[in-house]
Design a protein around this ligand. Structure first.
Ligand SMILES: Nc1ncnc2c1ncn2[C@@H]1O[C@H](COP(=O)(O)OP(=O)(O)O)[C@@H](O)[C@H]1O
Ligand SMILES: N[C@@H](CCOP(=O)(O)O)C(=O)O
Length: 293
């Protein structure tokens, strides 16, 4: 039996829609695989009651098909589904790493990214790789049609998750089809600033680079209390705040010593609009980790 722990991730980071992603130190999914003549999937853990065990509907099933690797698969969810924290991707990433090893398929970690992304197509309609890339590789990732570029980074983060659900598929429907050139120019500038910030481990540059005038303004309307929570996080010292993935999670970049205050401020601000929330005080972290039992 093989076990893989694959981390939650936060995609987009504002200015990098469908391109940027970071691995979070916590939470994570744990997936156990054993060879079997036919694939079976069982799901336990947070939000497991909302996750299909049918291999045709679970992100992990698409990975089994892509690797031609039937298995008895047990998924222990640490990442709540429909969170904006890459829940569907964490299971797919873990399964890709585990099944590649179980069947000795010989793919490199980078080659596993498009394979795991097949799972995302099942749930969101598109095989976007911006969550599976950091979940497999760790650090900060830039996923484009040409492949993935990865840098290790250790930016402190707060990921705040309200008791609300937004499906990635629905949130993709509010993404504008066109953008004004001046918004595109600003966003390209912010994306470049953020990338330099990750390479230099500079929370100020990362936070500044999280600004985006194209996708986030539309997505944020789907999150009750978004402006209030964002303002509270900035007031408490966050260097930047944006929607995590498709939401409803929100992500703040910051200095290590400010995490506790930012986490409390975000949870309190959600509470003030009648929404229960929890916050993960974390850091850009490692990718999927394999254990043999
Ligand atoms: N292994 C899985 N883990 C989590 N969600 C899954 C999985 N397989 C299928 N799903 C479905 O994917 C949807 C959640 O994915 P998505 O909307 O992308 O949110 P998230 O941001 O949490 O990944 C839910 O409808 C869930 O039932
Ligand atoms: N780029 C995708 C990322 C979705 O992330 P998730 O964590 O909400 O699944 C998008 O923004 O649609």
């Amino acid at each position: 039996m093989l076990t893989v722990r694959a981390p939650a991730t936060s995609a987009n980071l504002g200015s990098g829609f469908d391109v940027f992603g970071v691995a979070l130190g916590t939470p994570a999914d744990v997936v156990r695989v054993e060879r079997a003549p036919e694939t079976t999937i069982t799901v336990t853990g947070t939000g497991s009651q909302y996750i299909p065990e049918d291999p045709d509907k679970n992100t992990v099933g698409a990975v089994v098909d892509a690797l031609d690797a039937p298995a008895r698969i047990r998924i222990d969810k640490g990442v709540r589904p429909s969170s904006g924290l890459g829940s569907s991707a964490a299971s797919a990433a873990a399964a890709a790493v585990a099944l590649n090893e179980l069947y000795d398929r010989g793919f490199t970690r980078k080659e596993l990214v498009p394979i795991a992304a097949e799972g995302e197509a099942i749930v969101s309609g598109e095989a976007h790789a911006d969550n599976v890339a950091p979940s497999i590789l760790g650090g900060f990732t830039v996923a484009t049609a040409d492949g993935v570029t990865q840098v290790d980074a250790s930016i402190p983060l707060v990921a705040c998750l309200p008791e609300a659900v937004i499906s990635t598929r629905d949130a993709r429907n509010v993404v504008p089809e066109y953008a004004h050139m001046n918004d595109v120019v600003d966003t390209v500038g912010n994306a470049a600033t953020l990338t330099v910030g990750m390479a230099r481990n500079d929370p100020d540059l990362v936070g500044r680079g999280m600004e985006d005038e194209i996708v986030t303004p539309e997505r944020s309307k789907l999150i009750d209390g978004y402006d209030r929570v964002r303002d509270a996080a900035l007031e408490a010292g966050a260097t930047g705040v944006t929607v995590s993935g498709a939401g409803p999670g929100m992500l703040a970049a910051c200095y290590r010593g400010d995490r506790q205050a930012i986490a409390s401020a975000m949870v309190d601000a959600f509470d003030a609009v009648g929404v229960e929330a929890r916050a993960y005080q974390t850091t850009v972290g490692d990718g999927a980790r394999l254990y043999r039992e």
